[in-house]
Design a protein around this ligand. Structure first.
Ligand SMILES: Cc1cc2nc3c(=O)[nH]c(=O)nc-3n(C[C@H](O)[C@H](O)[C@H](O)COP(=O)(O)OP(=O)(O)OC[C@H]3O[C@@H](n4cnc5c(N)ncnc54)[C@H](O)[C@@H]3O)c2cc1C
Length: 461
């Protein structure tokens, strides 16, 4: 618990306008997208890296907990101050693009920069930052790096980690470190930037990030395949990805999801279909895009696709994407409580994975609509129940445990993009051995011996 003496000290660092402990701010910074609530003792907006350093140094000496926070759009509670303490926010001052280096094709940014602001700025000069989480309009680069966020374009372009070249960060004792360089190659020393990616604010506070940019492709085309069964669609996914072309996106909706979108939005979707695949291809030449689509159509058709629709213009492309973009909201027709996981497996076992999920749904007589980024093996698995019925909620958590076990058994991971935070911390022991967990804990201890930085997250305590 922090007191007046601490507040006075923090005020001397950042000024009175950048520290808040009034009720309205404490409530506003007590949530993330999990909708779980933990109030901090204060919210501080550092103006620069030196402020972060002075704050952390003082907190380390006084054993005050610090929780870094981006936009609070995380799905696993990573930014929640579950042990109280201080929330550190970057949206007020540390939200800028510091440099776009056209010659080396990199951007240097502050952690509070909104993903979409970066995308717009680099596209205006002909460059491209591909990671596009669905939260891109508000989530921050600091949060994206800390969760290793992915998006619809990950099938071709990869995820946040594929673009982080270097980071500046502040350690819990206040030391400032620079990890990585503006170079394509750098094999000198341990890859500290690599350790900070997806570390969920538990090791250091990111103060500056250097990101790789690529040339912006000139054009994109969209298509949709209609499949009789989920199994046929999943076979088509991994066979397409291994067929010699790489679509930008290869997104999936199952029958329950298609029906939900249709029920809510009446878009004329094929509600008898077992599954839909939505795909984008991009490039610089029309012929190349047509070649890629022809290849996808060939593999889809060989795997039972009954209809392959190519969008002829932007409106038709938006119509095709509508169902996928609105799936998450629509499936709430199946229950007031949604436990949404983002398990990920090697693509070739997707057919088996989905089969196991539907067997779990049958066993517990519940709905588990699935959709997601199947081009990178990532399935959003949504266990839907009546949140007011404690028995149903209990069943839902049993089902989730089996979803995780099935994923692990098939060589998959608990999380492809949302991280562990608080929500998945209890399941870490299913996925990692004691020896592996001990190694994680020793890394945490090396960075943060007093456990002041985002404690109780990732199953490390
Ligand atoms: C509607 C919706 C759609 C989403 N779609 C996607 C998606 O497609 N793909 C995807 O990957 N995720 C998605 N997410 C999840 C979420 O948006 C991402 O995890 C995002 O990266 C979080 O960014 P944020 O700025 O909100 O971070 P927060 O939620 O505020 O924080 C996330 C983690 O980052 C840490 N952190 C933040 N800033 C720093 C810093 N400067 N230094 C150290 N640690 C820091 C926090 O402590 C916390 O552990 C979605 C969320 C919503 C609500």
């Amino acid at each position: 618990m922090i007191d007046e003496k601490h507040i006075k000290h923090f005020t001397s660092i950042v000024g009175g306008d950048n520290i808040y402990s009034d009720k309205a701010h404490l409530i506003a910074y007590s949530y993330d997208a999990t909708r779980t609530k933990f109030e901090p003792d204060a919210v501080i907006f550092p103006r620069n890296e030196d402020d972060i350093s002075a704050i952390l140094k003082y907190c380390n000496e006084h054993k005050i907990v610090i929780v870094p926070r981006g936009a609070g759009s995380g799905f696993t509670g990573g930014a929640l101050p579950s042990s109280g303490g201080i929330v550190l926010g970057f949206e007020k001052h540390m939200n800028k693009i510091l440099e776009i280096d056209m010659k080396n094709m990199v951007a240097i940014v502050q952690p509070g920069l909104i993903n979409m602001d970066l995308q717009r700025a680099v596209e205006a000069v002909g460059l491209f930052y591909p990671p596009d989480p669905a939260s891109q309009d508000y989530s921050t680069i600091g949060g994206n790096v800390s969760e290793n966020a992915g998006g619809m374009r990950a099938a071709k372009y990869g995820i946040t980690k594929d673009y982080v070249m270097a980071t500046r960060a502040v350690l819990p004792n206040g030391d400032i470190i620079k990890a990585g360089k503006r170079t394509i190659k750098d094999v000198a020393g341990y890859n500290i930037s690599g350790i900070l990616i997806a570390s969920e604010g538990t090791l250091a506070v990111l103060s500056e990030i250097t990101l790789r940019l690529i040339p912006k492709p000139k054009m994109t085309k969209t298509a949709m395949g209609i499949f009789p069964t989920v199994n046929a669609a999943m076979e088509a996914v991994y066979k397409t990805m291994a067929s010699g072309i790489t679509p930008v996106a290869m997104e999936f909706l199952d029958n329950l999801t298609i029906r939900a979108v249709e029920q809510v939005y009446s878009k004329g979707l094929p509600i008898e279909a077992g599954a839909l695949l939505v795909t984008d291809v991009d490039g610089n030449l029309e012929d190349d895009l047509d070649f890629q689509l022809a290849q996808i159509e060939k593999v889809f058709t060989e795997n039972g696709c009954s209809e392959f629709r190519v969008a002829m213009n932007d409106k038709e492309a938006a119509d095709i994407w509508f169902a996928r973009r609105n799936a998450s909201q629509a499936i709430t027709v199946y229950g007031s409580k949604k436990i949404n996981e983002d398990v990920t497996v090697p693509r070739a076992v997707l057919p088996e994975l989905l089969e196991k999920f539907y067997a779990i749904a049958d066993k517990y007589e519940i709905n588990i609509p699935c959709f997601g980024h199947t081009g990178d093996g990532n399935v959003h698995t949504n266990v839907m129940v009546d949140g007011k019925d404690p028995e149903q909620v209990k069943i839902a958590y049993q089902a989730i445990e089996e979803v995780f076990q099935a994923t692990i058994d098939l060589g998959g991971t608990l999380s492809g993009e949302h991280g562990i935070g608080l929500a998945k911390a209890p399941y870490m022991k299913m996925a990692f051995t004691d020896e592996e967990m001990n190694l994680f804990k020793s890394i945490k201890k090396a960075f943060d011996p007093n456990n002041i930085l985002n404690p109780a997250k990732m199953g490390l305590d």
